[in-house]
Write a protein that binds this ligand. Structure first.
Ligand code: XMP
Length: 518
């Protein structure tokens, strides 16, 4: 049995910052989880004897005012658990209001950068920190009286109780946001809370994550067999490598090559997993089946559906060879776990990925990345020896190049697009912009235009370059690529890819556009 995993809960009061707080705690090498504010003291206490006991609690900020009817609150018995609590922004106001302090609707909020003056060093601030430091604020109510027993340890011109602390009772509050980059000493404040107030040690490292998961996977799977669908993407790759480390040859990976992958991608998956990692791999070359199925289909949703359905069929056919597998490995990440159930957004596109395999496939799921954010998954991948090309691979849609070819998908068009796309990516990489850009790729529309090459009239296809910056793909902006880079891409595509005689750059953000064209 592994040691219990000391955990800090981040109670979400509706802030867009809860995830960021959880990540900052993890950057301090302490495991954290986000929980809704409806969590009860009994639920927290029940974890004391489990595998992830709660050693600290952070209340996030939130958009509400504590004075508003129905404002989010917390089970008051949480204050009696004896677990140190740090309130941030709204969280600090809630603590103050619940524990004998006062919060006033002064109408004198602070937004943005403010100068914080540290008064006394209790726990959150130490002598190593400057007495005045910039912090980032976003609040309209103000704490005028800290909770009973707490001392004010820092202030700003508009907020006399910008930080308060009660070391004996384990209650701390900061009106500013220590988790954002605009608060340069914020991480130190958080670390003082974690290491000093909660007495936690920074033991949650990539190596410890791998060890823990390996143990859990072994316990879950036992001597049974597992299969994993590989897409070439980072999530399924890291999940497979992790499960392979745990159960070795009990794992078989299935790689369905739809023929709609990017140039060289199929070979890279085989090279990495079969040859390098020594994982048993069933490589299904299904390109022909996909092209047959896609013949004559031009409508984007019909295309997506056709690709998604055939993918599942091919996967089922090929995994039929390993009928005794009881477990299916999936690369589900923590943001998917947090968001599932709360998502009721309108359907813009039906997404398909390997993770979208239907539930009725009769497998039990192994999801070793369920607790991790994307950047943590990348670190685990590197630690497991996966190459940068996989660990830092751009997001790529499940339907592949099928949604980047407008109109009917044919082998010729795929070849043309693969070639142009490889040039786009090569040039972005050569310019050193690969990690700054969320995605950079080529799109092949089904139009043609007239051009002239070597005194000859041409009537060829254009290629559209799409490059975007983004944090999470929910919104995106078109990347301001340097003109000389665009020029190199354009001239190489026209000279090297037969059939292309024009290159355009897509300057649409999301919204109103989407990242992919279909
Ligand atoms: P859109 O085009 O909706 O894409 O702005 C947002 C992000 O999702 C990726 N994408 C997909 N990923 N299956 C996937 O796994 C899909 O069907 C799919 N469609 C789009 C897209 O590349 C972008 O990063």
């Amino acid at each position: 049995m592994s040691e219990p995993l000391d955990t800090v809960l981040v109670v979400d009061f509706g802030a867009q910052y809860a995830q960021l707080i959880a990540r900052r705690v993890r950057e301090a090498h302490i495991y954290s989880e986000i929980v809704p504010h409806s969590i009860t003291a009994a639920e927290i206490a029940a974890r004391a004897t489990g595998s992830a006991p709660v050693r600290g609690i952070v209340f996030s900020g939130g958009p509400a005012s504590v004075h508003v009817e129905g404002a989010p609150s917390i089970d008051p018995a949480v204050y009696e658990l004896g677990i140190p609590i740090l309130g941030i922004c709204y969280g600090a106001q809630l603590l103050a209001r619940d524990l004998g302090g006062e919060v006033a609707a002064t109408g004198r909020g602070e937004y943005g950068r403010t100068e914080l003056t540290v008064g006394t060093n209790e726990v959150l601030f130490s002598a190593a920190q400057p007495r005045t430091q910039p912090v980032w604020m976003s609040h309209f109510d103000t704490i005028t009286v800290p909770p009973a027993g707490a001392v004010v340890t820092a202030s700003t011109p508009d907020t006399p109780a910008a930080a308060y602390e009660d070391r004996a009772a384990g209650r701390y509050g900061v009106q500013f946001h220590p988790e954002v980059v605009h608060t340069p000493h914020g991480q130190e404040v958080l670390e003082h809370f974690l290491y000093d107030a909660c007495s936690l040690a920074p033991t949650w490292t990539m190596a410890s994550i791998i060890d823990t998961q390996v143990e859990l996977i072994r316990a879950q799977v036992g001597s049974a067999r597992a299969i994993c669908g590989l897409s070439g993407g980072v999530d399924s790759a890291v999940a497979a490598a992790l499960v392979h480390r745990a159960i070795g040859s009990q794992l078989t990976c299935v790689f369905v090559d739809t023929g709609l992958m990017r140039q060289g991608e199929g070979e890279q998956v085989v090279e990495t997993f079969q040859r390098h990692q020594g994982i048993e791999l069933i490589h299904v070359r299904a390109g022909e089946r996909f092209f047959e199925r896609l013949a004559g289909i031009t409508e984007p949703e019909a295309k997506r559906k056709a690709i998604g359905e055939l993918f599942i069929r091919v996967f089922e056919d090929s995994s039929g060879g390993i009928e005794d597998a009881q477990f299916l490995v999936q690369g589900t990440l923590y943001p998917d776990v947090i968001e599932s159930g709360t998502k009721d957004a309108a359907k813009i596109k039906s997404h398909h990925n390997v993770g979208g395999l239907p539930d009725d496939m009769q497998f039990k799921l192994v999801e070793p990345l369920r607790a991790l954010f994307k950047d943590e998954v990348r670190k685990v991948g590197t630690e497991l020896g996966l190459p940068d090309e996989i660990v830092w691979r751009q997001p790529f849609p499940g339907p592949g190049l099928g949604v980047r070819i407008i109109g009917e998908v044919t082998p010729d068009k795929v070849e043309m697009l693969q070639h142009a796309d490889a040039i786009v990516r090569e040039e972005v990489k050569a310019a050193g912009l690969e990690r700054e850009i969320w995605q950079a790729f080529a799109v092949l529309p089904d139009i043609r235009s007239v051009g002239v090459m070597g005194d000859e009239r041409t009537y060829g296809h254009p290629i559209i370059i799409r490059a975007v910056t983004s944090e999470d793909a929910m919104t995106a902006d078109w990347a301001r690529l340097p003109y000389d880079l665009l020029e190199r891409m354009s001239s190489r595509i026209i000279n090297e890819v037969p059939g292309i005689n024009r290159v355009a750059y897509d300057i649409t953000s999301k919204p109103p556009g989407t990242i992919e064209w279909e």
